[in-house]
Each structure stands twice: as C-alpha cells, then as structure tokens.
Design a protein around this ligand. Structure first.
Ligand SMILES: CC(C)(COP(=O)(O)OP(=O)(O)OC[C@H]1O[C@@H](n2cnc3c(N)ncnc32)[C@H](O)[C@@H]1OP(=O)(O)O)[C@@H](O)C(=O)NCCC(=O)NCCS
Length: 160
C-alpha cells in the first residue's frame, strides 16, 4: 500500500488561499524559493497544482506543480515539508502524478534538479528517471553564483 493510502492523506487542487501554507514550506525548503507570484501564475495557467494534507489536522505535508504540454509533462516543483521527509511521501506523490499523466496520454516526464540535490536525484532515479542533459548555471546559488541543473527524463516508452 502506498504511504498516501496508508496514512489516508487527502490530495487536493491547491488554490491561491492555500499559498500562505505553501510558502511557509517552500521558504524552509529552498535557499532560492519560488515566490507567491510563481505559484499564482501556475494556478492561473491551469497547471497541476496539488497539495497533500493530513486528514484530521488538515496540515499541508507536500505539494507539487506540473505542466503538461501535449504528450509531455514537466515537473516544476515537488516539495515535502521537512518534518515529513523519509515517509515515502515524495515518492508516492510523484507516482500519483505519473498515474494521472499516463492515463491522459503522456509518454514522457521531464524535470530539472540541482546537481547537489542528492536526495531528490536518488528518488527520481529510483522511479526510473535518467539524465538527458545538463543546463549550465540554471539555478541561482548565492551572490552572483549559479548552479547547474541535471535534466532528467522518465520515458514510459522505454520501460518494460
Ligand atoms: C526530495 C524530497 C521531495 C523527497 O521527499 P521524501 O518524502 O523525503 O521522499 P521519500 O521518503 O519518498 O524518499 C526519499 C528517498 O530519497 C533517498 N534518500 C533518503 N535519504 C537520502 C540521503 N541522505 N541522501 C541521498 N538520498 C537519500 C532514498 O532513495 C529515499 O528512498 P527510501 O527511503 O525509500 O530508500 C524532499 O526531500 C524535499 O521536499 N526536499 C526539498 C525540496 C526539493 O529538493 N525538491 C526537489 C526539487 S527538484
């Protein structure tokens, strides 16, 4: 059973009214977090913007943002609140997105991830993502510095 099912977590489409909670998690998770405007733009654009909540307390545990373009889906943000890492939530949440996207005809997932983000890279590799490129200086990294991004793809056409 997935962690999401085992804990009876509630998945929902996030709204602008959820963004105070989202930004609290986002700002704790990243040195260079998304802004409120980034999330508002994603909601307005009709991207998949999902939250995962505890059923009783309603606490927001995780969220993701993904953009579908024809038969490709780009994972733009996947974040689990720090206190809930290692419960399998990131992995299960992403697999829930995969199931939706595959059911709607998507054949490939794409994402960018910082070279230094070992934890996220391990998760993506475990789910079948492979490197397809490097974007030099993709992420801000402190005073005038930039960090490269690994571009990773999950191609369902090449998986058994
Ligand atoms: C990356 C992130 C989404 C993972 O969420 P999570 O709920 O902790 O992930 P899971 O519990 O499903 O899986 C974690 C996996 O990471 C790997 N992992 C765990 N600890 C690790 C470590 N210290 N170093 C490297 N990899 C590690 C393992 O493969 C682990 O799976 P396992 O426990 O089943 O063996 C979460 O850490 C997070 O939100 N990080 C901050 C935001 C972020 O970097 N998002 C990704 C941007 S591209």
């Amino acid at each position: 059973m997935s962690a999401i099912a085992a804990w009876r977590l509630v998945r929902q489409d996030l709204q602008v009214t959820d963004l105070d909670e989202v930004l609290g998690i986002e700002q704790a998770a990243y040195a260079h977090p998304w802004t409120r405007g980034n999330f508002i733009d994603s909601i307005a654009a009709g991207h998949t913007v999902w939250g995962l909540r505890e059923p009783l307390s309603g606490e927001l545990l995780a969220y993701l943002v993904a953009q579908r373009v024809l038969d490709e889906c780009h994972l733009l943000n996947l974040t689990v609140a720090r206190a809930h890492w290692g419960r399998g939530l990131g992995s299960d949440f992403l697999q829930t997105l995969h199931a939706q996207e595959r059911a709607q005809g998507v054949t490939q997932m794409f994402l960018e991830v910082r070279l230094s983000n070992d934890r996220a890279i391990a998760l993506y590799q475990r789910l079948g993502y492979r490197d397809v490129g490097l974007r030099k200086g993709y992420y801000p990294d402190g005073d005038n510095a930039r960090e490269d991004a690994r571009v990773m793809r999950l191609d369902w056409g090449t998986l058994a």
